[in-house]
Design a protein around this ligand. Sequence first.
Ligand SMILES: [Zn+2]
Length: 486
Amino acid sequence: MAEALIGLQPSLVWKHFGAIAAIPRPSKHEAAIARYVHEVATQNSVEIRTDRVGNILLTLPASPGREGAPSVCMKGHMAMVCEKNSSSKHDFLKEGIHLQKDGDSIHATGTTLGADNGVGLAAMLALIEDKTLIHGPLEFLLTVDEETGLTVAKNLDATMVNSRILLNLDSEEEGALYIGSSGGRDTNAKWDLQVEDLPEKMQAFSIAIKGLKGGHSGLDIDKQRGNAIKILGRFLLEVEKLGVRLSSVSGGNKRNAIPREAIAYGYIPNSKWVEAQERFRKFTEQVKAEFHNADPGLQTEWMGEGLKKGKVFKRTLQKKLLRMIDAIPHGVIKMNHDIPGLVQTSTNFGVLNTGRKLITLSTAQRSSVATELNYASHSVASLLHLAGGEVETSAGYPGWNPNLKSPALQLVANTHEKIFHRRAEVKAIHAGLECGILVEKYPGIDMVSFGPTIHNAHSPDESVAIESVEKFWTLLREVISSYAAI
Ligand SMILES: [Zn+2]
């Protein structure tokens, strides 16, 4: 066992965590970790099934006399996110993770730790080995490739899981029970770029919006941060009246990130130059005041020198483009009424680009409610159609709509309260989880997600709180016992 883990409790879980951490396991390279799972399963006479993409299902028969208890499936993913510090020479394909103990937590040396989802995986293998536990029929679903997108989970064989109850062991906050996630879909459009010669007596300028916080298009969408494209568009629409002609407008670089920067190039009639600058100064004051709290780093920049002259957008196209930027919605569309603070439906206006021949833009909608996701996506599509765009909608991925009446939630929450003498927090996230795909695959499956406390997952600062692993294990064992008693 790795030195950092010696003496930690529960020893069975840490033993497997140490073994898992020693195995290189980036996404799409899960063969070695799958072999380890096979070994443990075989030693414990557990039945193993692997589907054609590599997802594994382990089946553990009930303890004698508990065959009639409800079957429960636990789920985790085998790969880990591989991120390292720029100074690290670590080779994720060849080397195991170097573990370190620092006070009350475990972390790696310059790399991600893989506690996401290594602890969940270790707990599953520990359950298989734990001969003192009385349990009903158990299944363990170990998926491949979760961390590079939800694609492979989609290929999961729909006949794999027999249980109607699923415990997803891939959450990062001890004391919280997750019961929902958002579905997502992209709505994109493009236009032919029509240009014409620049009229006489105009002077080149560029303006930029920068310094915004941006963030994740789901998790940060309720923070009321500025969208650089929308802010830029507002100003351009204002100075259009002065005869401004544009040659380029672009902003953002990811459909699922809130745009932090946007920049436009164009020309101002010589006679309106001073007025345009004055308006820009006022506009800057206005938006800085609007965002002084949510996005205090907002900066605007005006440049008027050293720019070459070229073509401009046709007037009708420019009109359309500016009105479209103005009209495309961005932000929260609806909050959830059951879980305080949870965004239910939102849209992110993520990217706008004017290239040489095309104008392209990307938006991303999210919702935990399938019909609302449809609605949000096609209402943005309608707008893009009205603006004459060629619209394309991605297939996306399904959401997991929170159900506060879920019997699994009640059982896990009651068990939590019985052991720890406090109510667990019930939460959902406005981002995609594999659970959404499982709900679609296994309609009506009753699901709860919980795990130990993992900080800074997906970054080289990832760490797991030692004490939370013991609590997670205690809760998991107790939940399995409770089901066995039904
Ligand atoms: Zn994970």
